[in-house]
Structure formats: C-alpha cells, structure tokens
Write a protein that binds this ligand. Structure first.
Ligand SMILES: Cc1ncc(COP(=O)(O)O)c(C=O)c1O
Length: 507
C-alpha cells in the first residue's frame, strides 16, 4: 500500500471518536471497520458465486422464484450480515446468470475485468456525482480525459466532446435529439428545445437498417416524432444496410413530401454483429447534408483492434457515436458514452439550473458535465472503472481479448457451417452467430429449435439466445468471453444436438 495512506488504526487516532450510537450504518470514518467487514463478508458471497455456480443458470422457474421473493417480509429486519447474505444467496446469487462462464453464449453481456471491479468499490463508496465540479473535481476531468481518449480512437480531433451515459439506448437518444435539433435549427432557424416541435417535424424522417437496435424506435417516439419517422432500410445478404436501397428510400420519402434529417448506421448489429458500410453511408449523409449517427454500442470493440479496425473505416466521418464499454470493453454495467464530433453542437442541449450551473458560471473555470447530459442530473462516476482498466491493463490487452473473441467466432462459424446437422445464416464481423439445428425427419424446424432452447435454459447447463429471421426461429450465440475455447464450443454444439435428437421422444 502507498505509504502516504494512513492505516485504519492511525486514522481512528487522528479523528476524534464520536459516539455514533444509532448511526453505525452511516459511511463515516468512525464506522470504517463496519464498512470493511460488510464489504469483506459480501466478497465471500462473490467467492461462493464463482466457486459454486458451475452452470450459467440454476434453471429455476419463474413461479418458484416469484414465490421465494414473495415470502420475504421487508418490514422484518435481519440481525446480521450472515442472515442477509444467506437470504440474498437463496433468492439471487444461487440463480444469478453467470456471464463469465464459457457456457454463457446468449446476450451481449461480457465478462468483466478485475481492475474495473476494483474501481467499482471506489465509485460506490465515495459516490461522487458527475454533474458539477463541486461534486466531483478530479472525476470531472478524468471523465473528460476518457471521453477525449475515446474520441481519439474514433478518429475525431480536439473539437469533439461527449459524456458518459447509462447505456447504448440513452446514447442513441442523445444522437437522435442532436440530429433533430441541429437540423431544425440550421434548416428552419427553429429552436426545438425552447419552442417545441415545429409543424415540419411531423414529416422528419430518420433512416436506419432493418437490423438496427429497437431503441431507435423507442427514442423517436419519446422525442415526439413517432415511430413512423424511422424508416427501415432493408439489408444485404450479410444483414448490413443496403446502400442502393438507402438512396432509393431517401428519394421516395422526399417524393412523399417528407424531410430526411439523418441516418443511423449500426456498427455491429445486435443479431448478426455486422457493420453497416460506414464510408458509403457517410457519402450519402454528406450528399444530403444530414446528420450521421453511428450506433457502435457493440462494434466499439473494434476501435482498439489493429487486426479488425478497418471494419470501422468511415466512423470518423459521423457526427456522433454511441459507445458501450459495458458490452465491448469488459466493463461492469453501466458504462457507456455518447461522443460528438463538434462540441459546439452539444451546446444545443445545455440547460442552466441556478443551483448547479448558473448562467454566469464560467465553464472554463468551473466545468460542469451536466451541461452535456440530457437525461441524468445525478450521475455515477462510471468512468473510473474504465480508468482503472486502461491504467492496469492497457488498451492493447483489451484489443487482444477482442481479437481472440472474433477469431473464436470465425472458428465457430466454420464448425457450424461444416456440420450437416446445422444451418448457419451468416458469418459475423464481430461475434454473433445465428443458426439452427436441422433434422431431415422433422418438418417443424422452428418447434425443434424452440424445444432445444428451452431444454438448455431449464437445465441451466448452457444459455443461448434466439431470434427470428423472416418469421423463422433461430438459435443465437453471442461470444464475448476470451476464455472460451473451441473445445467449449464443441461441447455446446454436442449438447444442442443431444437435445435436438430427443425432440420426438420428449415432446
Ligand atoms: C446495437 C445496439 N445498440 C444499442 C443497444 C442498447 O444498449 P443498452 O442495452 O446499453 O441500452 C444494444 C443492446 O443490445 C445494441 O445491441
């Protein structure tokens, strides 16, 4: 430990002892021993989770889980941490989904890195709020430095800026709000923030691929544009936005009297992990002089990879970008960012509150991250986890993990496509594979694969995801764990086949 830090013994000598009586639960120097014991005991349960939970899920059914939780009387307090942890173990930890196990290949949940978990301890204990300098002095500048660092990876220059957010959906919302408000300001000199939607806004149209994330639809509806404002452009044979159709759809909307205001490109779709053609989309956005937002919630992993970085070529031409460190930088939830190319445009979101960031406050002298955040005032110092990660591991190790996962996905794609029992729908730029198990004697392939998925889920031995493509049911692997080996994948595929073979007999 750093010699400048004082021991708890010295500390209790240094601080006048208070008689805290009933206040022993308040985080305070006199209660440090209580804090440390509580944390240590809770860490024992983490150990239990790691060593005991050998399957990614216990397989418990929702009705049993509901009943367990129902029985607890929250008005009866427990006497000690042992009782508490036994209770929480029973209703939560024993059944918690274990993202770190190679048999978890379902959703976009990465295993997390240890330095980030260490950072999380400080984040929650010190509990800084990132809205203003007087609530987080160093934190304000550390977050800014990480935003600048991320912007540099994108290829933005010093004019860029951004803010940490709670997740990709929220970052995408910021992208759409900026797209809408900047367009309205420039084209009609109409300030939506102050004056609300103009009559033209009902004809605003935003172009996304039909494989883009559903948050675009939700965000458009929250923004008063309605889901109708989102135009889904069909995708090519690798499920990436079809550029000739994008151009056609923009023209068609114009002919209908509608007003194109921007394009959302997806760098790493949720279902296929493929990256839309960013350079081509940037050309179209430039041609129409409209906003380009890149949803790189998942594909941001490629920013650090030397081997696969070129898949993101053109991202630097976008006006704004969504980054989810909690999907692709091995960070605990939540950790995400919204990055914008031109920091002046972010000012469109600024709002002054007399008690936080009054108008007369000089931003250079006393900075306030709240100026850039639209949906959160009090905001966690999530950036600290990424700081711990970069400083302890370096970006090269993160890149190595990403490359390992992408290489594993390529091997897995070969295993699936070479096996006559499976049908693979597409390869992946990142690490998702959509496929199904087939049997020549079974016509209803959808029912067959639904059966397999449920069998795996309730046995808890393997968790896979699923999706629908053209009305058909498919199994889906999302591979985010660099520890997973081809041998693990081989075993997973063998287990899938085993359940598939049981279909007739057990149905
Ligand atoms: C491409 C893409 N964008 C956005 C999101 C939403 O991110 P979050 O879950 O962090 O809100 C997801 C989530 O899976 C995603 O896959």
């Amino acid at each position: 430990m750093n010699n400048n830090l004082i021991s708890s013994e010295e500390h209790s000598n240094a601080v006048l002892p208070h008689n805290l009586g009933n206040f022993e639960n308040i985080f305070h120097p006199d209660n440090y021993d209580h804090y440390r014991n509580a944390i240590n005991t809770t860490t024992d349960l983490v150990q239990e989770f790691l060593y005991r939970n050998k399957k990614p899920f216990s397989g418990i059914e929702a009705k049993e889980m509901k009943e367990k939780v129902r029985q607890i009387d929250l008005d009866q307090k427990l006497s000690n941490y042992d009782e508490l942890l036994a209770e929480v173990d029973d209703i939560y930890v024993k059944h918690a989904t274990a993202f770190h196990l190679p048999q978890y290949v379902a959703h976009l949940n990465c295993p997390v890195v240890i330095p980030a978990l260490a950072g999380e301890i400080l984040v929650s204990a010190i509990n800084s709020s990132q809205d203003t300098y007087d609530q987080s002095a160093g934190g304000t500048f550390m977050e800014r430095k990480l935003i600048d660092w991320t912007a540099k990876q994108i290829g933005y220059d010093v004019n860029s800026d951004g803010v940490f957010t709670a997740g990709g959906s929220q970052s995408n919302l910021m992208g759409l709000v900026m797209m809408r408000d900047c367009f309205s300001q420039k084209r009609y000199n109409h300030n939506i923030k102050m004056d609300g939607l103009s009559p033209e806004a009902s004809r605003f149209r935003i172009f996304v691929s039909d494989k883009s994330h559903f948050s675009n639809l939700k965000n458009a509806s929250i923004m008063g544009l309605g889901e109708k404002s989102i135009i889904k452009v069909p995708t090519d044979d690798r499920f990436r936005m079809d550029i000739s159709l994008l151009k056609k759809y923009i023209k068609r909307e114009e002919q209908l009297g509608n007003i194109p205001i921007g394009i959302v490109a997806t760098a790493g779709t949720t279902d296929f992990g493929n990256v839309d053609p960013l350079e081509d989309i940037a050309d179209v956005a430039e041609q129409y002089n409209i906003w380009m937002h890149v949803d790189a919630a998942y594909g941001c992993a490629l920013l650090l990879s030397e081997k696969y970085r070129d898949l993101l070529n053109g991202i630097e031409r976008a006006d704004s970008v969504t980054i989810d460190y909690h999907k692709s930088f091995f960070q605990p939830i939540s950790s995400s960012a919204f990055i914008v190319k031109n920091k002046k445009e972010l000012l469109i979101l600024k709002h002054h509150a007399d008690y936080l960031n009054p108008k007369e406050m000089d931003e250079e002298e006393i900075p306030a991250q709240i100026n850039k955040s639209i949906t959160q005032s009090t905001r966690r110092f999530d950036a600290l986890k990424l700081w711990f990660t970069l400083r302890m591991m370096g970006k090269e190790q993160l890149a190595e993990y990403t490359d390992t996962v992408i290489d594993l996905t390529k091997d897995t794609a070969s295993m699936i496509s070479e096996d006559p029992d499976f049908e693979l729908l597409s390869d992946s730029d990142l690490s998702v594979l959509v496929f199904r198990y087939i049997r020549s004697d079974i016509e209803d392939t959808n029912a067959l694969n639904q059966f397999i998925k449920m069998k795996l889920f309730y046995s808890g031995e393997i968790l896979v995801a699923s999706t629908k493509v053209n009305g058909n049911f498919y199994l889906k692997f999302t591979l985010l764990n660099p520890i997973t080996t081809t041998e693990d994948i081989h075993q997973i595929l063998t287990t899938i086949k085993r359940h598939g073979k049981d279909f007739n007999t057990e149905k």
